[in-house]
Ligand binder design. Structure first.
Ligand code: BES
Ligand code: ZN
Length: 588
């Protein structure tokens, strides 16, 4: 198995990493991490070793005895990055690399004080999934070669460092402090994670606390207070929680995702803090990854649906247990609608609508969509439906137990499925789901009467059907989202004005509803909301919100001018990933 991962230079015939020992200094002025990593190998080794790197400045590469290891950048590809070719002398156990990261490292978001809630201190966060760990640490950056790790992170004294690892103490000297971490469990490298900022914490339960800037701590603790109940219901579904702690970190708004399942410390966007706990499904989702993703991990990004499809299914089960089936169903419909938008964007027959993908030469960030999530979850639901819930629950427990702390391919999953639930894959026309593009026609219907009513009302918009003003406070945020998703993408000023004045949409505190509305208004070039659109595009880095808003603006000439002007003014403060993905949309 020489190269088994299209997004890594890792060679399966070469020695493999087992443990990383990091010692890094955070320099906010230079925007670098500088120091060293010791890569512990599984066995004493010799000969060639290919590591992944991107834009790293490497000073030296030595063995545990201080002997120089010959190395070079043997090759560079746009998507994979650099192939760092080392030539190990006989008996090499540990490789010590002294290096620093580039200021533009894709894994790292460097925020100015004004981008934080407190406004006084800078902030740093990492986002390594899918293939950016290599911009932070030279390593075999493939999920198949798991590592445990230790780290010492040196930061300016008032700031605190947190990682996807256990706390191993800290000390202060000369206006700097060093935070130590120990991560005994083996994780894929995309789960390496670091954040540094002015952070305070508050306990939420026996195994959870929330970290946030002091200014947002209280609201965060209230919003996520139910987390312990979620852990308990997830354990019923998947077996014991194996990561010791499940802490949360509320980021500044520039964070490009809703949530990231970094083990022991989930990273969350502050846009979840709506003041009504209406977006805690994201916490349920990241928690579910503790089993599906972090325990059983996709072998490569071609198998990403194993992570996300199972996690969306599990998220829905947790929501069902806590809030009931109707709530979980409504959420399901909202997400199915959003999937349809992605399917239409890719077009019929697109490669990227298969569950098992072939992403050789393709940047996974560029083809990120809801397909592995929602098509994946629909496939899992079909499996459940075919064998019944009790038998499927048994299968899930068995699946997790069998593959815990392993990284598996789609084939390995299908083999296990056939072994444990023989015949079911063909019975549900599995190959059409896994191997073929588009949505097969045997999807399970979601029958929620509420949904039908909302759909009908929205469909009648052009014939004058309008929601009664009393529904403003009667509909839940999810119902509002559903209704807005079904409205025409463009409407006249009078209609926009009526909607906004009757239902106060621009003042919405729930970002899902707000952005759904602003997308319609921006696509309709409705002037009065443009200041709010500008604010959202300036403050919020979550790509889920940036993309539809910019896309809606790009549907008309005035919008294009507005979009390009806003982007030019604020994009320097975007995370490199958000900046790259929006730049691509504005060029077209
Ligand atoms: N692991 C993902 C985020 C991710 C995926 C980052 C691929 C980089 C590459 C995380 O679990 C996720 O799916 N987040 C969603 C939340 C959700 C409820 C679907 C998000 O950020 O919107
Ligand atoms: Zn996820």
């Amino acid at each position: 198995m020489p190269r088994f991962d299209p997004h890594s230079w890792c060679d399966g015939d070469q020695p493999r990493q087992r443990h990383l020992d990091l010692d890094l200094t955070v320099d906010f002025d230079a925007r670098t991490l500088a120091g060293r990593v010791r890569i512990h190998l599984a066995d004493p080794s010799e000969g060639p070793l290919d590591l992944d790197g991107r834009d790293l400045v490497i000073e030296s590469v030595k063995t545990q005895d201080g002997a120089d290891i010959a190395w070079s950048v043997a090759e560079t590809e746009a998507v994979r990055g650099d192939r760092l070719r080392l030539d190990l002398p006989t008996g090499t156990d540990v490789i010590e690399i002294v290096y620093q990261t580039a200021p533009g490292a894709l894994a790292l978001g460097w925020l100015e004080p004004q981008q934080t809630a407190g406004g006084e201190h800078p902030f740093l966060f990492s986002q390594c999934q899918p293939i950016h760990a290599r911009t932070m640490v030279p390593c075999q950056d493939t999920p198949r070669h798991r590592v445990s790790y230790d780290a010492a992170i040196n930061v300016p004294a008032p700031l605190r460092a947190v990682m996807s690892a256990g706390d191993a103490g800290h000390e202060e000297s000369d206006g700097r402090s060093t935070w130590r971490f120990h991560m005994p469990q083996a994780i894929p490298t995309y789960l390496l994670a670091l954040a540094v900022g002015n952070l305070a914490k508050e306990d939420l339960g026996p195994r959870s606390c929330v970290y946030a800037e002091p200014e947002t701590l209280e609201k965060s603790a209230w919003e996520f207070a139910e987390v312990d109940g979620m852990i308990t219901s997830a354990e019923k579904l998947f077996g014991p929680y194996e990561w010791d702690r499940f802490d949360l970190l509320v980021m500044p708004p520039a964070f490009p995702y809703g949530g990231m399942e970094n083990p022991r410390l989930t990273f969350l966007t502050p846009t979840l803090i709506a003041g009504d706990r209406s977006q805690v499904n994201v916490v349920a989702h990241e928690l579910a990854h503790s089993w599906t993703g972090n325990l059983v991990t996709n072998a490569t990004m071609n198998d990403f649906w194993l992570n996300e499809g199972f996690t969306v299914y599990a998220e829905r089960r947790i929501l069902e247990e806590i809030y009931g089936a109707e709530y979980a169903d409504l959420q399901g419909v909202v997400r199915r609608n959003a999937l349809q938008v992605n399917l239409d964007q890719f077009g019929k027959g697109s490669e990227y609508t298969r569950l098992r993908t072939d992403l050789a030469g393709v940047d996974p960030d560029e083809v990120y969509s809801l397909v592995p999530y929602e098509k994946g979850a629909q496939f899992v639901l079909l499996l459940e439906d075919a064998v019944g819930r009790p038998r499927f629950d048994e299968f899930l427990l068995d699946y997790i137990k069998t593959f815990r702390f392993q990284s598996i391919t789609t084939d390995e999953f299908l083999e296990f499925l056939e072994l444990k639930l023989p015949g079911v894959y063909m019975q549900i026309q599995g190959p059409r789901w896994v191997e073929e593009p588009d949505m097969p026609d045997n999807e399970l219907p979601i029958n929620a009467t509420k949904v039908e009513k909302l759909r009908e009302l929205a469909a009648g918009w052009n014939d004058g059907a309008r929601p009664d003003p009393s529904l403003r406070d009667e509909w839940s945020p999810t119902e509002w989202q559903l209704y807005l998703q079904d409205l025409p993408r463009q409407m006249g000023d009078a209609d926009c004005q009526w909607l906004d004045e009757t239902f106060d949409l621009t003042k919405q505190g729930n970002y899902e509803v707000l952005v759904e509305w602003l997308t319609i208004a921006a696509g309709s070039n409705y002037g009065p909301v443009m200041p709010r659109v500008r604010e959202v595009l300036t403050d919020v880095g979550r790509m889920k919100y940036l993309k539809p808003l910019y896309l809606a603006l790009m549907t008309h000439d005035e919008g294009k001018v507005f979009a390009r002007e806003v982007f030019a003014a604020v994009s320097d403060s975007y995370h490199p990933l958000s900046k790259g993905s929006v730049a691509g949309m504005l060029a077209g």
